[in-house]
Design a binder for this molecule. Sequence first.
Ligand SMILES: [Zn+2]
Length: 270
Amino acid sequence: MKENYKNEVRYYTFPAFDEYPEIVHAFTSRECGVSTGYYSSLNMGIHTGDDLENVKTNYRILCKTLDLNPDNIVLANLEHGNNIRNVTKEDAGAGVFRDFPYEGTDGLLTDEPGLILTATFADCVPIFYYDPVRKVVGIAHSGWKGTAQEIGSKMVERMQSDYGCKVENIIAGIGPSIGMCCFETDADVFTEFVEFPYLDDAWFYKKDNGKFDIDLWRINLEMLLYAGIPEDNIHISGLCTCCNSDIFFSHRASGGKRGTMAGIISLKGE
Ligand SMILES: [Zn+2]
């Protein structure tokens, strides 16, 4: 991913998405916000225990940096599941400046300009989607539980069924999150994926201590390929949040004492 600095805010973008001037997308870092302590400083998490006013200020900082209207943020109420919402104008502001009134939503899609689809992450895998033909954007929160429930490919199915997208036109970006280098798990996590028909053996490494290193990037890549997205259309950041916990909040690196980053994507307003 490309590292960007604007108004002293550091954020990351996929060059393949940057090629489309009609969309804005970003994955934030932990720098240049107003939160303090272990939320320091650009904490985008509403339910992290941080001062809510500081989090709202952080969203305003991000929106100013990206020239977006904060009233149009729609922040998903995550539950590590695979529910997906088709977002419309009536949802504008939900999640940050007022409640997000829908239980457990880990994927957001829209074809309406102006809305800022947002989800938060601190090791879980963000997946960005764009169909430049049908002009549909999406974001999914796919930690190991969401990956086990295949939210990544369910997003692709919904783009096809609900918005008329053709799978060959969809581009996808797998953003900063915990890499195989740091994601050691017990067998219970490993067994979630062993039945996936599209995986070869490269997505895990069985260690001498009986634990498993698991590659969520590869599992999601194979899932998106199996869903029909062409390989050239799928982009992986390769940035491990746990290895880079000076730049990113990491649940594992911090022992759970941390804020969250935001992934956002929006069709520019008219
Ligand atoms: Zn790592």
